[in-house]
Every structure is written in structure tokens, then in C-alpha cells.
Design a protein. Sequence first.
Length: 116
Amino acid sequence: MALREPRKSDIIKFPTEIVTAEIKLDSANLITAFGQACAYRLFSHKSYIVVPINSLEDDIARLDTLSRIFGIGLILFDSSSPKNPHFTIRVRATTHDPDMFYVNRCMKIIEDELFS
């Protein structure tokens, strides 16, 4: 989870955005991971699923299609190279308005980490 905020020096300020990602280090249970990324939409403006590029081609194709339908971003990376994973955006997440009840509920859980 990350906050995307304008800099104090920005002349035109954009609204703060919450961006979340479900990152899988291996290619097991990718569709379940996609479901988790969908659940993150409750409290985030953009949600991504990040999977190894060496996942089965059929799984990546399925995730690509689901990502486009549901507005979830899809990022591929080289899990065999942790120092330089070569992240590649396959599908960009669409922005939507999260449910503010869940935003505040989730922010309360991690507020010390975000604002310290």
C-alpha cells in the first residue's frame, strides 16, 4: 500500500491517491491473488497484481483479460533477479473512488507506518 501525494512545491495539486498491490513471488494461486487485488479496490484508488513473468502463458493471458475487465493493473517481473526485477506494466489500473468507510478503517490499522 502506498500514498501518492502532491509535493509541496507543485503549483497545481492533485488529490491524494491510495495505490495497492498484491505481489506474488511464485506463480501458484494467481487467480486467488487476483481476487485479493479486487478486494483492495474497497479502500484504494488503484489496485495492481504483480506476478512473475515466467508464470504460465495461459495464466498471464487470463489475468490480462480479467485486469482489463475489472480495472486492476497487471505488472510482470523477473522473480529470478531480485536486485533488478525489470518490472513491466502490462495493464494500467483504472482510477476509481474507494469506499471511504473502508479507507479510514484500513488507514487506522497502518497509520503509524504511513505517517511516522
